[in-house]
Design a protein around this ligand. Structure first.
Ligand code: SAM
Ligand code: SF4
Length: 453
C-alpha cells in the first residue's frame, strides 16, 4: 500500500467483515428448529465443516468481543460437554448417520479451558458422529496462558493439525491496559513446539487500535511476531463497542490511539509483513508465501467463511455449542447465546437454534458478488450472469454508479465486464464489497460493525 495514500473520509467508517452475507444481524427469530431440520433434510450430501464453541475463559480481556463466560470453576465444563454430546447426537440423527467432515474448528471463549481429559472426551463424541476425510483440517484456538508444549502434544495426538494462538500485542503496558499479560517467551516456546510436533500450520492473532498502543510500540510487536515465523497472522482492527461489550467499558477511551495512528499501525504492519515474506491474503489476514492460503490466493481459489479465509470450497457448516452459527443449504442459523437457554433447549432434546434466515435468490446472488470481491478482489459480470440468469450491468446499474467513488480514489477499476480491486483497494475491500449489501444501506445500519481502518 502506498504510504502517501490519505485516508479517504468515507473509509474511516464502519462495515461488516462479511464472514457471511447477509450478516448475522439480519438473522430473525422467525427461524427455528423446524426450519433447520428441513434444511438438514434437504441438503445435498457433501463433506461438512463443523464448528464447536467452548465459551469459558478464566479471566476477561477488556477488549474482547467474543461470546464468552468468565469463570474459574472448571467443573462447569462437565454439564456443557454433556449438552454438546446431546446436540451432536441430534445432528447425527437429523443428518441420517455419520457424515464426512473436511474441516473441524474449536473456537471460543477458550477451547483450552477444557482439560486434556475433557478434550479427549469431546473428540471421542465428535468421532462417533463425524468421519474425518484424510485431508481434514482440524484446528483449535489456543490461549497461550492455558497451554504448554505438553498440552500441544496431547492436541496433536487427538488429531488436531492446526493451531491458532491469541497474542494481540507483546507490549507490557498494552497487555496491562487490556488485562491480558503473557510473555513473548511463552508464545515462542509454543510456536517452536508446534513446529516440532508436526502441526501443519500455526496462526497468531494480533489486534491494532488497543489502548496504549503507539505506532512505535506496535512496530516492535510486529517485529517480534515476524521473528517467530508463524505460518499465518490475523491482524484485527480493534472494534470498540462498549455499549455492546461490557468488558470494554473498563478501557479508558482516552488511551485509544486516534484514527491516524491506527492507520499508521496498519500500514507499517502490512509493509513489514511484506518485507518478512508474508503475503496479504485479504482483510485482516497474512500468510507466508509458501503457505496453502497464500498459494490459494495467488491461484484465485480463496473462500471465506465464519473462520475467515479458507482454502476449502464453501460447504455446509454445522455450528455446535452456545452462540455457534451454522450454514446449511440456503440457510444460516445461530444457537442460543446464553448457557441457560442453550441447556434448556438441549435438555428438551431440541436443536438449540434461536434465529436464522432462508436466503432468497437476491441474497444468494449478492453473496456471490460480495465473496468474489472479498476473496479475489475481482468480480466478473459473467460469473453472476451464468449462475443467476441476470444481465449484470442492468441488475446492478446503481451499484456500478456507486463504485465510481472508489474508482476516483484509485481503489477500484471498472473494466467493461469486470470490477477489479486495486492493490490499495485490497486493504479496504469490505468497503468496496459493501456496495453490494442491500441491507447495510439503510441510514444508521452500519452502527453495529467495527471500523474499517
Ligand atoms: C476467541 S479469541 C481467541 C482464543 C482465545 N480465547 C485467546 O484469547 O487466545 C478470538 C480472537 O478475536 C480477536 N478479538 C477479540 N475481541 C476483539 C475486538 N474487540 N476487536 C478485534 N478483535 C478482537 C482476538 O484477536 C482474539 O484472539
Ligand atoms: S480474548 Fe480470548 S481469552 Fe480473552 S476474554 Fe476473549 S475469548 Fe476469553
Amino acid at each position: 500500500m502506498s504510504a502517501a495514500l490519505p485516508l479517504p473520509a468515507r473509509l474511516d467508517t464502519q462495515g461488516p467483515r462479511y464472514t457471511s452475507y447477509p450478516t448475522a444481524d439480519r438473522f430473525g427469530d422467525g427461524f427455528g428448529q423446524t426450519d433447520l431440520l428441513r434444511a438438514l433434510h434437504e441438503r445435498k450430501p457433501a463433506p461438512l465443516s463443523v464448528y464447536v464453541h467452548i465459551p469459558f475463559c478464566e479471566s476477561v480481556c477488556y477488549y474482547c468481543a467474543c461470546n464468552k463466560v468468565i469463570t474459574k470453576h472448571h467443573e462447569r465444563a462437565t454439564p456443557y460437554l454433556d449438552a454438546l454430546g446431546t446436540e451432536i447426537g441430534l445432528y447425527h440423527k437429523a443428518l441420517g448417520g455419520r457424515q464426512p467432515v473436511t474441516q473441524m474448528h474449536f473456537g471460543g471463549g477458550t477451547p483450552t479451558f477444557l482439560s486434556d481429559e475433557e478434550l479427549t472426551r469431546l473428540m471421542g463424541m465428535l468421532a462417533e458422529a463425524f468421519d474425518y476425510t484424510d485431508d481434514a483440517e482440524v484446528s483449535i484456538e489456543v490461549d497461550p496462558r492455558t497451554a504448554d508444549p505438553g498440552r500441544l502434544a496431547h492436541l496433536r495426538r487427538l488429531g488436531f493439525n492446526r493451531l491458532s494462538f491469541g497474542v494481540q500485542d507483546f507490549d507490557p503496558d498494552v497487555q496491562q491496559a487490556v488485562h491480558r499479560v503473557q510473555s513473548y517467551e511463552s508464545v515462542e516456546a509454543l510456536i517452536v513446539s508446534a513446529r516440532e510436533l508436526g502441526f501443519v500450520s500455526t496462526n497468531v492473532d494480533l489486534i491494532y487500535g488497543l489502548p496504549k498502543q503507539t505506532a512505535e510500540s506496535f512496530a516492535r510487536t510486529i517485529a517480534q511476531v515476524s521473528a517467530l515465523r508463524p505460518d499465518r497472522i490475523a491482524l484485527y482492527a480493534y472494534a470498540h463497542l462498549p455499549e455492546r461489550f461490557k468488558p470494554q467499558r473498563r478501557i479508558n477511551a482516552d488511551e485509544l490511539p486516534d484514527a491516524a495512528s491506527r492507520l499508521q499501525m496498519l500500514r507499517s504492519a502490512i509493509e513489514s509483513f511484506g518485507e518478512q515474506g508474508y503475503d496479504a491474503i485479504g482483510m485482516d489476514h497474512f500468510a507466508l508465501s509458501t503457505d496453502s492460503l497464500a498459494v490459494a490466493k495467488r491461484e484465485g481459489r480463496l473462500h471465506r467463511n465464519f473462520q475467515g479465509y479458507s482454502t476449502r470450497p464453501d460447504c455446509d457448516l454445522v455450528g455446535l455449542g452456545v452462540s455457534a452459527i451454522g450454514r446449511i443449504g440456503p440457510t444460516y442459523s445461530q444457537n442460543a447465546k446464553t448457557l441457560a437457554e442453550y441447556h434448556e433447549a438441549v435438555d428438551r432434546a431440541e436443536l438449540p437454534v434461536i434465529k436464522g434466515l432462508w436466503l432468497d435468490a437476491d441474497d444468494l446472488m449478492r453473496r456471490d458478488a460480495i465473496m468474489a470481491l472479498m476473496c479475489r478482489g475481482r468480480l466478473e459480470h459473467a460469473e453472476i450472469e451464468r449462475a443467476h440468469g441476470v444481465v449484470f450491468a442492468e441488475r446492478f446499474a446503481a451499484e456500478l454508479t456507486q463504485m465510481q467513488a472508489f474508482v476516483d480514489m484509485g481503489l477500484v477499476t471498472l473494466e467493461p465486464r469486470a470490477i477489479q480491486v486495486s492493490p490499495d483497494g485490497w486493504n479496504f475491500v469490505r468497503a468496496v464489497a459493501m456496495v453490494f449489501d442491500k441491507y447495510v444501506r439503510a441510514p444508521g445500519s452500519t452502527a453495529r460493525f467495527s471500523r474499517i481502518a
